[in-house]
Ligand binder design. Sequence first.
Ligand code: ARG
Length: 451
Amino acid sequence: MRRTTVGEIDADVLAYTAGQDRVLDLALVEADCLGTAAHVQMLSRVPQDPPLLSAAAAKKVVTELAKVSRDAAAGRFEITLEDQDVHLAVERRLTERLGELGRRIHVGRSRNDQVAVDLRLFARARLIEAAEAAAALAGALLALARKQIKTPMVGRTHMQPAMPSSVGLWASAWVEGLLDDLELLQAAYAQNNRCPLGSAAGYGVPLAIDRQLVSDLLGFSRPLHNVIHAGQTRGKIESVILSALGQVMLTLSRLAQDLILFSMPEFGYFALPEAFTTGSSIMPQKRNPDVLELLRAKAAKVLGHAHTVAEMVRAAPSGYNRDLQEAKAPFFEGFDLTVSSLAVMRPLVAGLKVDKPALRRGFGPEVFATDRALELVAGGMPFRDAYREVKARIGELAGGDPDAALAAKTHLGATGGLDLVALNARIREAAAWARREKRRHEACRKRLLGI
Ligand code: ARG
């Protein structure tokens, strides 16, 4: 039997139920301290006689919480098995240092709303990291598009040569894709930016707590309203966020696949920067695209994690269920994999070498077949007749001029009609949003813990 803050438990059961929390929760210490700092300040203002906590007592708790947070950042904070998780570890530490005061703080809340708020505080910082990294990668791709806007590249369907295209068109397609994914990150951020604290075990408390004040102190946009709903967004919000991260990884994985393909010697369109390739232990000539292959696999993991967490929520009845503790590992890893993949892709793209002659060599006459048919249409021929005419004499088709073909497509979004200025504005807007939110988080940390 092992003695814990919340009763005696069989040793194996304790190990089984605490699971990975002892380790994973170390990432939540600062968030837990922020949540508790806001909570005790609110408690000291609850109109009640005798007070739940005096203003001076709340101040002492906050001072100690700032120390806990600093200790954790320096690797000097431990969560023991008997603590089970970060919440009871912080409470133990406060009680060790502040005595009776430490035993007064867990009023008007439960670990259920505590872990929910911790995860949201953790996620809001990491979502900003992901958004910043996505905007930076979009910037690198846009620079490539600008530089190579007139560089011809064969456009493909079914991987077969199809129509004239350009490196600028190809590169800026990924920019627009990442910007779409950034919108999903921002939508997930907005939903995450609501405060569950004070819902307690999921049914509120018979005390005049001020949930709006706690939400404001923590810098959330508003409290989650219904206390059952507040509790059971646990798991759901992780699922929403992982879905958004999964979309980012989906885009990255396809970009990685294109880069693997087009940097094969058989194509030779692009050369990966040497430092971003790896060698072979037996074949001296090898420079392999391991980074891009690993990225594909990591994308599969993030998409899998999104599915795992959705499955954990799917059959959960209303109210708190311990199942959701198991969502932490995939949730945390989803962020790690996405942020690190975005970060490795930016310099890889920035260092990409473009082989213009190789790109031009890809232009067989067949690439111009559709343009030729459309020329006949411009002369008055019905399209189906033009199509047949070109098809019937496909072997005799003369090669075209790739540059002229690119310039001829002037409509919106085509090779000669790309609005890279608008894309740049969207990237800057997203980056400015991330900076603004980050400043708000910093201000909140400073206000609450003085760090
Ligand atoms: N470590 C727990 C979790 O992640 C904290 C909440 C525990 N609540 C409970 N009722 N057992 O879910």
